[in-house]
Write a protein that binds this ligand. Structure first.
Ligand SMILES: [Zn+2]
Length: 331
């Protein structure tokens, strides 16, 4: 069941039991790293839970199923409520929770139940979370809440105490590779899966963001070190103008992973490297770079990533990183 979502067998079995008549929790929390299928499984579960068909559910034919169109991201179902931040990365505000709470006065329309998914619940302001808490303490009849977050510890303890937690683990890399291939990623699916930390959603986003071009830029720079004319080289790269913050994060991440792989090769752990498709190039760098330089370079790249993440100007950080890597190579 729910084969559209790969893996998470234990959680699927738990959710299947909730489809049977009997007492069930009023609120669930799906937590685990991003892009591994938490929201997708929540949606498929909700569609099944709300289906009014006879026999196997979801029937795909009843009005409930037709109004719950996951493929087209269209949820006109009157007994379904999806609460998310109005903009990615923004907070979920108390007004939004209150808007949802208004519906508590009404009984489910089509189905016997009502499902509310809150994604990402960790983005709720304290006021919004407290407002939700009131709903969780006295859930309207027939309502089921599914909270989704990457970090359970970002939720108020009082909210956590009201939910049944389902932990989601990253799927096996071979499974991720299969998902990527199913999405048309033929080349380097395994490398992509590794770079995305086993998250299929993240891997697909990486591909969309041109991760292999970014990796190529990072590798080309490492191969050019030490630089004859560092400032001239930096100007020639033009990274500051070319890359926005998101791309700069991804670029510095490639430096981290490439340098990490070089360090692994230097430590005799070739079986653990991510960038297996460019092994020969990494081996040449591993042979030509002193071990302590690689170690310090990994730290420099990680620091750069953290700085961009903390909103320091991406242009400045990228330029400083190139200078730092060059200096380390010249030591
Ligand atoms: Zn149905």
């Amino acid at each position: 069941m729910w084969d559209e979502v790969l893996g998470h067998q234990q959680n699927k079995e738990f959710l299947q039991k909730l489809l049977l008549p009997g007492s069930r929790p009023h609120a669930l929390l799906f937590y685990g790293m991003g892009g591994i299928g938490k929201k997708m499984l929540a949606l498929h579960f909700a569609r099944t839970f709300l289906c009014t068909g006879q026999g196997a559910r979801p029937c795909g034919l009843c009005e409930s199923c037709r109004l719950f169109d996951i493929a087209n991201d269209s949820f006109a179902h009157p007994d379904f409520y999806l609460l998310t931040a109005e903009e990615a990365g923004k907070d979920i505000k108390i007004e939004q929770v209150k808007e949802m709470a208004k519906q508590a006065a009404f009984a489910p329309v089509l189905s016997a139940h009502k499902v509310c998914i809150i994604d990402d619940a960790g983005q709720m302001t304290a006021e919004a979370a407290n407002s939700l808490l009131k709903l969780l303490e006295e859930p309207p009849p027939g309502w089921l809440f599914i909270l989704i977050t990457q970090q359970a510890e970002r939720l108020l303890p009082t909210v956590l105490s009201r939910v049944v937690r389902l932990r989601f683990e990253a799927p096996d890399l071979n499974d991720v590779q299969r998902i990527l291939q199913a999405h048309g990623v033929i080349d380097n699916a395994k490398v992509l899966a590794a770079l995305a930390g086993g998250s299929p959603g993240r891997a697909l986003a990486f591909k969309e963001a041109g991760i292999f071009d970014l990796r190529h830029e990072a590798l080309a720079l490492l191969q050019k070190l030490p630089l004859q004319n560092p400032f001239g080289h930096i100007a020639g790269l033009g990274w500051g103008d070319k890359y926005d913050r998101a791309a700069a994060l991804l670029l510095t991440e490639q430096f981290v992973y490439l340098l990490r792989d070089i360090l692994l090769l230097q430590s005799g752990a070739a079986d653990k490297i991510y960038n297996t498709d460019i092994l020969a190039a990494l081996e040449r760098l591993a042979q030509s770079t002193p071990l302590h330089t690689t170690r310090q370079s990994v730290n420099a790249a990680q620091e750069a990533w953290q700085n961009i993440n903390k909103n320091v100007s991406a242009k400045n950080v990228l330029e400083a990183l190139v200078l730092k890597l060059d200096l380390l190579r010249k030591e």
